[in-house]
Design a protein around this ligand. Structure first.
Ligand code: KE4
Length: 426
């Protein structure tokens, strides 16, 4: 069933650390051999052994309209004929920036980069340069990419691999990283008081995807907004996952909260390496070459990545019904799983927001990293492999949101729900 993947994994480990180019792909927490994918179309991926999978990670978010989406494929095929990179400004980059500004609120200026990590790293540097302050607050279990400052109590792969501290991150860096529990506004107030005048930024996943899906409690984000206004702290929404997924205008629009800086990734690149950070001109004008907060990238605004993202974003902007369809499918999946789980009298929580959803085997609410880590991870891992053996590819970690893509059919969703039922019958 997985012979080719097994052989490829053996071979990969001779040349690539752990055989993968990103740790979450290694199946470390769920166990077993990571499957090597060969192709994908719509909602389906095909591995090296020819097995087909219904895909619930969508490349960790980007493939929101399904794999090999025709308009994106055609746009890339055409653009690639006129070179893959110039290292000089292009009109397409202006069109991309203008398109994003037309879709999201509170962005006067936006800078393209090549990953979500770069976007978040640059936004934090900018906030520090703009305020002249060093410290910042992040939330335990949130993940903002692998820049040094963020690898303190981070979610996603760090939680998945149970890495508490990362060798190579110096005390000089981590000492400026303040952390507290998600959904604990009092803890934020306490830190803002204790470090008054020292905090440059508060960065948050407005809807969390890196502890599984976790939804902000009513008043939580609003309370942080108020603290940032009172203390002149830069409020950074990390919308690498939520941007253009929850709505065309992302979490800012969906939750009606204004951030000062916003970071993007994933969907914005249509599956190619793109990140971006943007916000109010008053802050963004400190970025080089306008200001002295230096940030750069050889392939930033790369024409192939731009045309992929530009094409996908236009599809989303011009077909707002996509979000209603996607949300309805996610609700259908969540409701179907809830019925099955209740029939089996299994302790569970399903967190769902838009097309982000996660299933936790837990008798308590999942509202932060502590509660997420107390769920039955072993049972999730068993479900993961049961689903995989039956042609369904869930994220290989209990600490990841599932991401639906709009190519999924209701038959796919029914199959998923029926397999959950079968799993629970075991
Ligand atoms: P990248 O550098 O991986 O493009 O983006 C970093 C990042 C920043 N902010 C948020 C909210 C993110 O979710 C991410 C990356 N997400 C993980 C999955 N949870 C990427 C998957 C991986 O690490 O391979």
């Amino acid at each position: 069933m997985y012979d080719q993947s097994k052989q490829l994994f053996e071979r990969a480990q001779q040349s690539i650390p752990g055989g993968v180019n990103s740790p979450v792909r290694a199946f470390k927490s769920v166990g077993g051999t990571p499957l090597f994918m060969q192709s994908a179309k719509g909602a389906y991926m095909f591995d090296a052994d020819g097995n087909q999978y219904i895909d619930y990670i969508a490349s960790w978010g980007p493939m929101i309209l399904g794999h090999a989406y025709e308009p994106v494929v055609k746009a890339i095929q055409e653009k690639v004929l006129s070179s893959t990179s110039f290292g000089a400004p292009t009109e397409l980059e202006i069109e991309m920036a203008e398109l994003i500004k037309s879709m999201v609120p509170n962005v006067d200026l936006i800078r393209m980069v090549s990953s979500g990590t770069e976007a978040c790293m640059s936004a934090l540097r900018l906030a520090r340069g703009y305020t002249g302050r060093n410290k910042f607050i992040k939330f335990e279990g949130c993940y903002h990419g692998h820049a040094d400052a963020f690898l303190v109590k981070a979610g996603s792969g760090m939680a998945t691999l149970n890495i508490q501290t990362v060798p190579g991150i110096t005390a000089g860096v981590s000492n400026d990283t303040l952390t507290c529990a998600y959904n604990n506004l009092e803890a934020v107030q306490q830190l803002a008081k204790e470090y008054k005048g020292e905090i440059a930024a508060i960065i948050i996943e407005p809807v969390v995807g890196n502890m599984g899906c976790i939804i902000p409690a009513p008043g939580f984000l609003e309370g942080i907004r108020k603290i940032c206004d009172e203390e002149s702290i830069v409020f950074i929404f990390d919308e690498v996952m939520t941007g253009f997924r929850l709505a065309a205008g992302g979490a800012q629009t969906k939750l009606n909260i204004n951030a000062d800086l916003v970071t993007y990734g994933k969907v914005i690149g249509g599956g190619l390496p793109v990140g971006a950070f943007g916000g109010k001109k008053e802050i963004m004008q400190h970025i080089a070459p306008l200001g002295n907060v230096y940030q750069a990238g050889t392939l930033s605004g790369n024409p192939i990545a731009m045309i992929a993202g530009f094409t996908l974003l236009n599809e989303l902007k011009n077909n707002p019904a996509i979000y209603e369809e996607l949300n309805a499918k996610t609700k259908y999946l969540g409701d179907g799983m809830a019925i099955v789980l209740s029939q089996h009298d299994v302790p569970y929580r399903i967190n769902r927001f838009g097309s982000m959803i996660s299933l936790h085997f837990s008798d308590h609410a999942i509202t932060d990293f502590d509660s997420a880590s107390k769920a039955d991870i072993v049972r999730f891992n068993k479900l993961f492999h049961f689903m995989l053996e039956n042609g369904i590819y869930l994220p290989p970690s209990a600490y990841e949101s599932w991401f639906l893509n709009n190519a999924l059919t209701y038959a796919d969703l029914d199959k998923t729900i029926a397999l959950l039922d079968k799993f629970l019958l075991q």
